[in-house]
Ligand binder design. Structure first.
Ligand code: UD1
Length: 421
């Protein structure tokens, strides 16, 4: 298993290109199952999660070609010959459940294993299933698989989500494009990845209104056609690299970044003493004078502070002046990075979904272990500002969500290297 070794100290200066969004790409790829004409995605990120989704689509009979070093994906589902998403692939990645809605909508049947993914909480899929049932799907859970049928096709309906779910909104949105009649999704997720999915589906001929708000209305159509769609910028990769100069000092421009993707996050950066300037090329970030200030952070669905940036923000606040309180409202078990940061000298107390972080002067390098995707990168950032050397092991989590992290940070002056193992 690979490890990453980071040596602390030194300012960062330079530009970091931000890739297309992993989470958008993982929902845009299954959209190919809705049509028998090709769907081409440009600006795709090069990540192991994308390779997993590629393998899953291929296992169903879809053709997926990766061009231009993986940045263009051409997919075609004209010959779907298998409607079972097998446990062996699905267990690697929770987003695999997103093939359920499209397959069911197009062919009236699908069998999908219950998913795995990051160990950051129970993460059930009941809302996905409830949403599809509201469109007339007949579902049965048997032997760890969801067996779904809609013999006469799905029918438009009203879906009232009791809580905001990104994945469930995506699954129902895709399924509803081919359902007969009108579907209304209430309490829909408003994430930029949902907006991107709706735009892509519209390019494929879907009739959708209201994406980016809490109510999405879909008028089902007979058929969807082929399209080409650029994947939206990854706001989580963006936020992560925006933090790099906040940890180390200096100035970094995140190419392709936009404030509207990271509004709530930028407000917290400003409070902490980090300046962000938007230019036509991206977002330029620098630490204002002096030490980072403590801030309180509560994670929320978009447009609130994203849970996927909580670990990185906590790592930053470990050396802030004062005490910060972080409240995790989306996933119940998402402070697994805290014990690792404590190994580096951080002063953190976790009680349920709340973490109290008392700022210390400086962290010290230590061997640490990546426990999930965002936790891994938070340890790398912490290591870049710590005294001495930090070795982050189990970085396979990192490769699920960050492409070429050593190259991107190394180009700005970070002393970071991968040790193959
Ligand atoms: C997506 C993102 C993930 C991000 C999360 C929240 C992808 C591939 N992943 O995950 O990076 O952290 O949004 O922004 O896009 N829930 C249920 N029942 C369900 C579905 C969800 O109870 O059927 C709960 C979850 O346990 C969680 C909350 O709802 O507590 C939000 O989860 P959800 O928005 O669905 O996250 P994902 O789509 O899995």
């Amino acid at each position: 298993m690979d490890s990453i070794i980071v040596k602390g100290g030194g300012e960062l200066r330079g530009e970091i290109p931000i890739a297309g969004a992993k989470n958008a790409c993982l929902t845009l790829m299954p959209a190919t199952l809705l049509s028998d004409e090709p769907l081409t995605l440009t600006n795709a990120p090069r990540l192991s999660d994308i390779a997993t989704m590629t393998a899953l689509l291929r296992s169903l009979g879809a053709e997926v070609s990766s061009l231009q070093d993986g940045q263009v994906l051409v997919m075609s589902s004209h010959n779907l010959n298998n409607h079972t998403a097998d446990y062996d692939i699905v267990r690697k990645m929770r987003a695999s459940i997103l093939v359920l809605g499209p397959m069911l909508a197009r062919d009236g049947h699908a069998v999908v294993s219950l998913p795995g993914g990051c160990a950051i909480g129970a993460r059930p899929v009941d809302l996905h299933l409830r949403g599809l049932e509201a469109l007339g799907a007949d579902l049965e859970l048997r032997d760890g698989y969801v067996h779904a049928k809609a013999p006469g096709g799905l029918k438009g309906g009203t879906v009232d989500f009791p809580l905001v779910s990104v994945g469930a909104t995506e699954n129902v949105l895709m399924a509803a494009t081919l359902a007969k009649g009108t579907t209304t999704i209430n309490n829909a997720a408003r994430e930029p990845e949902i907006v991107d999915l709706a735009r892509c589906l519209r390019r494929m001929g879907a009739q959708i209104e209201g994406e980016g708000t809490s109510t999405i209305t879909i008028q089902g159509v007979e058929k969807l056609h082929g399209a080409t769609h650029p994947v939206v910028t990854d706001r989580i990769e963006l936020g992560t690299y925006m933090l790099a100069p906040a940890f180390c000092g200096g100035e970094v421009t995140c190419l392709g970044g936009r404030i509207d993707l990271v509004g709530a996050f930028c407000e917290k950066l400003d409070e902490a003493g980090i300046s962000v300037t938007e230019t036509p090329r991206g977002l330029t970030v620098a630490r204002k004078n002096g030490r980072i200030k403590a801030v309180n952070v509560t994670t929320e669905p978009f447009p609130g502070f994203p849970t996927d940036l909580q670990a990185q923000m906590m790592a930053l606040l470990c050396t802030a002046e004062g005490t910060s309180v972080l409240e995790e409202k989306i996933f119940e078990n998402r402070f697994m990075h805290a014990p690792e940061l404590i190994r580096m000298g951080a002063d953190i107390e976790v009680h349920g979904g709340t973490a109290k972080v008392k700022g210390v002067e400086r962290l010290k390098g230590a061997p640490v272990m990546a426990t999930d995707l965002r936790a891994s990168v938070s340890l790398i950032l912490a290591g870049m500002a710590a005294e001495g050397e930090t070795m982050v092991s189990r970085v396979y989590h990192l490769d699920r969500g960050y492409e070429r992290v050593e190259e991107k940070l190394g180009a700005c002056g970070a002393r970071i290297e991968r040790v193959r193992g």
